[in-house]
Design a binder for this molecule. Structure first.
Ligand code: SD4
Length: 335
């Protein structure tokens, strides 16, 4: 399907941002057919387990390898996310990520552990493994979030190396985008598969991480939900965890991941909680939800999982009990 045909214009603070189409194209690009949607996915047995947004079996396999060899859930989510950050074929995470409208690839990432500690980087340039820098922020600084040049300097002082993150194919895509799209607030077609990952280790402890290059062709300086604790990611080791993908502005406005965890605290299943969080977005007066996508995945302390999105073709990858599978998420907009 032609993205530009599928999508309708949407305007957010003057910038047109649209994601629904890319969900379709992501799914179309997947060579494997996902497992049929399951509304509530009960855990059959045990830990360790890992779930992630989109079709990222290599990433969940890496995370499971870490978990199986005695690694913590924190190690697992970091190393799982690093797989996608290094994959230049993934054009919305790490190296190879699509740039902003001025040609800068800028990364957002965060991580959260079983104690509720968290670290985050925003607007990070030239460092592939943003999730690892976020972990360093969490572990080695008194802060939660570092931005831009300060985040980069912190990374360099911790041994990270600079790399050109703008690959030839991302540069070409950006140059093609520029031909049709003038530098002014107009529709911005997104291509994405931000990785958000949640893991439970052998001890039953939960951690999560999220990493992205954000919306393609965003305004310079734009930050999404992915590095914002409570929006793109939230973990409460007593209750469960949630990560988001999609149009970050809408996730931030509803503090989506924190909301999902709080709903699970009140007794909702992960599936019900994800559905309620999507409902908060689509039921707003004048919501233009038809023009954008948001998806959540969640896990509770028992290892039950949920996934839900506004539009079709969002999926979750789940590795548990020896099975690494893509599960098609249920969705709101059935018309
Ligand atoms: C953002 N939520 O920057 C991210 C985009 C995304 O897959 O999820 N892309 O708004």
């Amino acid at each position: 399907m032609n993205r530009r045909k599928f999508i309708k214009n949407t305007s957010i603070t003057g910038i047109g941002l649209a994601l629904g189409s890319s969900m379709v194209s992501c799914a179309e690009n997947n060579s494997e057919k996902p497992t049929v949607a399951e509304v509530s996915d009960k855990s059959e047995a045990g830990f360790p387990m890992v779930i992630a947004t989109w079709h990222v079996k290599n990433a969940t396999a890496k995370a499971m390898e870490v978990l199986q060899t005695g690694g913590t859930s924190l190690d697992a989510v970091e190393q799982g996310c690093m797989v996608e950050e290094a994959d230049i074929k993934n054009s919305s995470v790490g190296k190879g990520g699509l740039p902003d409208r001025d040609g800068n690839v800028t990364l957002d990432a965060c991580i959260m552990d079983k104690h509720g500690n968290c670290g985050s980087v925003v607007y990070l340039k030239e460092i592939t493994h943003a999730v690892s820098v976020a972990r360093k922020v969490m572990e080695d600084t008194p802060h939660v979030m570092l931005a831009g040049e300060g985040a980069k300097q912190f990374a360099l002082s911790n041994g990270f190396k600079t790399e050109n993150l703008l690959t030839e194919s991302s540069k070409k895509a950006w140059e093609e985008w520029k031909v049709e799209s003038e530098y002014k607030p107009i529709i911005n077609i997104e291509n994405h598969d931000t990785i958000g990952m949640l893991a439970i280790d052998k001890n039953g402890d939960i951690a999560g991480a999220c990493t992205t290059s954000g919306l393609a062709y965003k305004m310079q300086g734009r930050i999404g939900d992915s590095p914002i604790i409570g929006s793109g990611l939230f973990i409460d080791n007593e209750i469960g965890g949630c990560v988001a993908t999609g149009l970050g502005e809408e996730v931030v406005k509803t503090v989506g991941s924190f909301l999902v965890v709080e709903l699970m605290r009140q007794g909702k299943s992960p599936q019900q909680a994800c559905e309620e969080a999507i409902s908060r977005i689509v039921s707003k007066p004048n919501s233009n939800y038809k023009d954008f996508q948001v998806g959540y995945i969640a896990v509770n302390k028992k290892g039950e999982t949920g996934s839900y999105s506004i539009h079709q073709w969002f999926s979750m990858t789940k590795f548990q009990n020896g099975k690494n599978e893509q599960i098609q998420a249920d969705f709101y907009n059935k018309v």
